[in-house]
Design a protein. Structure first.
Length: 764
């Protein structure tokens, strides 16, 4: 018997000791899930399992880092060698090692949401579509859902159900946008977050030797928050575990709240179907909350039909019953919440950080913020703009990204004329058109201005040359300088700090401080003792850590991983979705009204049950006290509307709530009219979408035309272009590498193409 496991309760110990074969651990809220998973990994190592053969997947870097630190305390420095991290960070690491198989280089850039939206905005502009109809957020959400279901651009365009949904939403061109966006990513040697999962699936599907390699490497696989996995994540894990079957998933179906971003609760429900010999363990003792809160939560979730049965219990004190606050309007609701926070703080000797105000939708925070400000109560909006999302930080990161991958169009456009260096919008528009027409990156045009023959002013050409030289110099120094030295050089040489000092803006000093803080982060990274293992299980022999290694880490941070305000003594305001995984002594849930919570979009049973799980998550965040509030009237779209108390309040067993209202009869779930339209709904998991046959095949690197082929293109010929289709050559000029063709494409118009980049095929 392991003495290490003596620190666990009996169910936790049983789960941690069972290390062979498929295991599912259903961990209720506050039941010590992280502790159990940590000790299970430490126990595996105690049994002699090489940490290099253990893969642990989480949903946040914060969770992975906390677990790793605990494991190191239990087993020593060997714990550093675990493959532990988020799905995206682990698979990015694998994809960098295998990048050439998919037509990328190992220095590919990872686009964040802002980068992706910017790229989509450019595609919409290129296609002359209405930007008000094809909003980047809407289009990206649609593309993201398709990728999560392993549907590539071609499959998307050929799926009649998906196309009909786009037509119904008056956005029939989303498929074309998806195709061109995907091409831009490839031209920029870039992947977005969804590609890290999409391409990992392609890698494991199309390269059996690679699949076998990682099956042999990852002999023990653990997945945290399994109820939040989407189809792409599910399939990757299933393939990796197929050989050894040593897979342990940890989660709680009662906390599955992310269907809107692709999470599929059926993954946890179907685990026994996938692994018939699986062993099930339930962690039901809640260490966080009082008995009243736990019992109230049980009464809430018991209403759901689809669930894995369990009964949370607590050894903590009875505690106070849940309080219910009824306000005349949102202004009074805000004042009563602020007043209660003030009273609790004084009466219970609490800190401001002990309080959280949760809401179903962000707009509800306004009246709460107004009230807190009037009473001088400090607060913060949790998961607001993260440190790495600030303008000046993104500017510096963009310079770093271009130094490593100059074909990263989004980063390049961001910095080419910042600080201002005489490369204006007109010049960039000409360069963009040339890049788009020739289906190459902007950097390719910048490097070969003479070949493209663009009508640019000599001053602009000189400035472009200076910029290209500077970025090439940075790029050449990436492998030869440590990350901090090069980052500092980039900040100085780029002129960003100098430009900020010259701005007549009171916020400039804070922006400069943020750049200094970024450099501090790079320096800390360089000074860390831990170094990543290479793919050959040997530590890097470099005497320093490089800038590309820093970017690999920082670009995969989740929003809560670098929150400078997280330890401040302030009341936390956040959506309930953002609160998952957190806990506070005192929790206020505002806006408990029908049409708000549950949302008016959630009137059929599956959606209503997810809303109820969301309410369960809200209540179980609290340690000592839960307060629910609702307003009898509230402004909505400029009009004051009457409100009705949420059915969820009425579903709480009356013995656990302080002022239970008179109950009213509610229709059964599924009998209410469905206030939902398919256009706004994510792509469904249809059989077509889920079929692995529909995964887009990886592009192989195109074979460039040789001089003989370039010379074969003549006026009058019919040619084919990958993006523009069939066209007729109207004229040819230049010679050898600078040869250009003017081609008219049906439905597209006339284009002037550099033949060495155009990849034209002669149509017989």
């Amino acid at each position: 018997m392991s003495e290490l496991l003596d620190q666990l309760n009996e169910p936790q110990r049983e789960a941690a000791e069972c290390v062979d074969g498929p295991v599912m651990i259903i961990a209720g809220a506050g039941s010590g899930k992280t502790r159990t998973l940590t000790y299970r990994i430490a126990h595996l190592m105690e049994l002699g399992v090489d940490p290099f053969h253990i893969l642990a997947l989480t949903f946040t870097n914060k969770a992975a880092n906390e677990m790793k630190e605990r494991i190191i305390k239990l087993v020593g420095d060997e714990g550093r060698n675990l493959w532990m991290g988020t799905f995206h960070s682990i698979f990015a690491r694998v994809l960098r090692a295998e990048a050439t198989k998919l037509g990328y280089t190992s220095s590919f850039t990872i686009y964040d949401t802002d980068d992706s939206k910017s790229a989509i905005k450019q595609v919409v502009k290129q296609l002359n579509l209405d930007p008000k109809v094809y909003k980047p957020t809407t289009v990206l959400s649609r593309i993201s859902m398709a990728k999560s279901n392993l549907m590539g651009p071609k499959d998307y365009q050929e799926n009649p159900e998906v196309y009909q949904t786009d037509i119904d939403s008056k956005r029939p061109a989303i498929g074309m946008i998806y195709q061109m966006y995907d091409q831009r990513l490839h031209n920029s040697n870039a992947m977005d977050f969804d590609d890290l999962l999409f391409n990992m699936n392609i890698l494991l599907r199309d390269f059996p030797d690679v699949l076998l390699k990682y099956q042999q490497r990852f002999q023990y696989i653990m997945v945290d928050e399994y109820q939040d996995t989407n189809y792409a994540q599910y399939l990757i894990v299933k393939k990796l575990a197929a050989r050894n079957q040593n897979i342990c998933v940890v989660g709680d179906d009662a906390q599955s709240i992310y269907a809107f971003r692709g999470a599929n609760i059926q993954n946890i429900f179907n685990f026994k179907r996938d692994y018939p010999t699986m062993q099930l363990f339930k962690l039901e003792q809640n260490y966080r909350s009082t008995k009243n809160i736990v019992n109230a939560a049980n009464s809430i979730i018991s209403r759901n039909r689809d669930q894995i049965q369990k009964e949370l219990w607590s050894d903590n004190g009875e505690g106070n019953r849940i309080k219910l606050v009824r306000a005349v309007d949102e202004k009074e609701e805000g004042m009563r919440v602020a007043d209660a926070i003030q009273n609790y703080r004084l009466g219970e000797d609490a800190d401001w950080r002990d309080f959280a105000v949760l809401y179903r939708q962000n707009s509800l925070s306004r009246s709460i913020e107004d009230a807190l400000r009037k009473m001088n109560i400090p607060y913060r909006i949790y998961q607001g703009l993260s440190f790495y999302g600030r303008r000046e930080v993104k500017d510096v990161l963009a310079y770093m990204r271009v130094a490593i991958n100059p074909h990263d169009d989004e980063s390049l456009v961001r910095i080419i004329n910042y600080p201002t260096r005489g490369i204006g919008q007109t010049t960039m528009d000409k360069i963009r058109v040339a890049a788009a027409d020739n289906d190459v990156s902007i950097w390719t045009v910048l490097e070969n201005l003479a070949d493209f023959g663009l009508p640019l002013q000599s001053g602009a050409v000189q400035k472009i040359g200076e910029f290209v030289y500077m970025m090439k110099r940075f790029g050449a120094e990436v492998p030869t300088k440590d990350a901090f030295a090069l980052a500092k050089e980039i900040v100085v040489a780029s002129g960003i700090v100098k430009a900020l000092r010259e701005e007549d803006d009171p916020e400039s000093a804070e922006r400069i401080d943020n750049i200094d803080e970024l450099l501090n982060g790079v320096q800390e990274f360089c000074e860390e003792e831990e170094a990543e293992y290479s793919e050959n299980s040997e530590k890097s022999d470099k005497p320093f850590r490089t800038l590309d290694e820093f970017l690999q880490q920082v670009l995969l941070y989740t929003s809560e991983d670098k929150d400078k305000d997280k330890d401040a003594d302030k009341v936390s305001l956040m959506t309930i979705h953002a609160a998952k995984g957190l806990e506070f002594p005192y929790v206020f849930v505002v806006g408990m009204e029908e049409q708000i919570f549950p949302s008016f979009l959630a009137m059929s049973r599956p959606e209503l049950e997810e809303e109820r799980r969301l309410f369960y998550v809200a209540v179980t965040r609290a340690e000592k006290q839960v307060t629910l509030s609702y307003a009898q009237t509230r402004f909505n779209n400029g009009q004051r509307m009457g409100g009705e108390m949420s059915r969820f309040v009425e579903e709480i067993d009356p013995q656990y709530i302080e002022t239970p209202s008179q109950r009213r009869s509610m229709p059964e779930p599924g009998t209410l009219p469905r206030a939902f339209f398919n256009a706004g709904k994510p792509v469904q998991n249809t059989q077509n979408i889920r079929s692995t046959q529909n995964i887009q095949k990886p592009r192989t690197a195109p074979i460039p035309n040789n001089p003989a082929q370039i010379g074969a293109i003549m006026p009058g010929m019919r040619v084919s272009h990958e993006k523009f289709g069939i066209g007729k050559v109207l004229g040819v000029e230049g010679s050898d590498a600078s040869r250009k063709a003017t081609v008219f494409f049906e439905g597209v118009g006339q284009k002037q193409l550099m033949l060495k980049f155009a990849k034209l095929t002669i149509v017989e």
